[in-house]
Design a protein around this ligand. Structure first.
Ligand code: MG
Ligand code: ZN
Length: 372
């Protein structure tokens, strides 16, 4: 072989080798810049920095978020109000648009906007949502429904029939089964091939999820109770749900999108109840740890944890100890503070810095390599 040919061949080998190592290295350190196959977006409703801090101190000064290598901040305001509600807040994440308070998957002109979950479905990914409110409540609804007004709970439930979402777990049984229009959406879901389970016959912690059929679990008649008064399904549902979606995707092998919401951190804020906030925060923390366990093992999953807004103007006042917080609140409503964003896994680096809440949508779409 001529010397020039040999050098050319060596060059090719080196090039191939370096491409190989840049695409495969570092996917397990949580900071890698390569593209993820799966994205899990975890929303702690009303989870500002103080809510996280209170949960951490109450949990012996530890929180699973400490394992996330990338931290950023988002600006949570909505189209028409410096203080967002959960509908506009979730619509910013799901659709990438600043809309008005109360908007569910529609822009400021009330025009429906395709959500990231819908685009993921179109692209053949498996999709799911798990929530500790009713599944038709503003946060989860904004990923699948398109309504001008957030109070359209029965309409939101009916919109679940327009999608092929693989898994949803949350309250709101009534909106599916005891409806003013007499439709039985549980029966309609079963006719579409879903396995549907309800809170009065089944316990999600004991159920084996079978990936051969899409799965719906309605965990309460309306809103699930608080973690402090007996609700415990979120961590188990998240642990099982993520593996269910991974199995659902096994044949297509395109990846999955999962949204998990710790809904009631917000309700603790509205109630100006530090203990309610902390117990919900730690329940959500367990769910995050299950997702992180999966992501560490899998190496192809981007995990983003954030909130739509802060609730209560919560403060940890002088005189507080780790075990006993002297809580202060400025309001029973939401506030406009910037909100922390935690990212782990391939594509995580993009979530460092300060940006609009809508940029979370843009960054997730970019990470997936998808466009609307
Ligand atoms: Mg919510
Ligand atoms: Zn709220």
């Amino acid at each position: 072989m001529k010397r020039t040919n040999l050098l050319f061949l060596l060059g090719l080998i080196t090039l191939f080798w370096s491409c190989e190592t840049t695409t495969t290295s570092g996917t397990r350190d949580g900071r890698a810049t390569s593209k993820p196959k799966n994205i899990v977006l975890m929303i702690g409703d009303g989870m500002g920095l103080t809510q996280i801090t209170a949960g951490m101190y109450a949990n012996n000064n530890k929180i699973i978020l400490e394992e996330f290598p990338v931290v950023g901040l988002h600006k949570s305001y909505s189209f028409d109000n410096l203080v967002t509600d959960s509908a506009a807040g979730a619509t910013a994440f799901s659709c990438g648009v600043k809309s008005y308070n109360g908007a569910i998957g529609v822009d400021a002109d009330t025009t429906a906007v395709e959500t990231i979950l819908e685009t993921a479905e179109k692209n053949g990914l498996a999709t799911g949502m798990i929530s500790t409110s009713s599944i038709t409540h503003a946060t989860p609804a904004s990923f699948i429904c398109h309504q001008k007004e957030r109070k359209m709970m029965e309409e939101n439930a009916a919109e679940f029939l327009n999608t092929d979402i693989d898994l949803f777990i949350g309250g709101g049984y009534k909106q599916f089964v005891q409806r003013s229009d007499k439709r039985d959406l549980s029966r309609e879901l079963k006719a579409k091939g879903y396995k549907v389970m309800d809170y009065f016959n089944n316990n999600v912690e004991e159920v084996e999820l079978d990936a051969s059929a899409p799965f719906a679990f309605l965990t309460a008649s309306e809103e699930p109770v608080a973690a402090a008064t007996g609700r415990s399904y979120l961590p188990a549902a998240t642990k099982k749900g993520i593996r269910f979606l991974d199995e659902r995707d096994a044949r297509a092998n395109k990846g999955f999108f999962l949204m998990v919401e710790g809904s009631q951190i917000d309700w603790g804020g509205h109630a100006n109840d530090a203990n309610y906030i902390i117990t919900e925060m730690l329940d959500f923390d367990k769910a995050i740890s299950h997702v992180l366990d999966f992501a560490k093992e899998d190496g192809e999953t981007l995990v983003i944890v954030t909130a739509d807004h802060e609730t209560g103007g919560f403060a940890i006042n002088p005189g507080s100890t780790r075990d006993s917080i002297v809580a202060g609140f400025t309001t029973p409503k939401h506030t406009a503070a910037m909100i922390p964003v935690f990212a782990y896994g391939p594509g995580a680096e993009a979530f460092a810095g300060i940006y609009e809440n809508t940029a979370i949508y843009d960054k997730m779409m970019e990470a997936f390599g998808m466009s609307r």
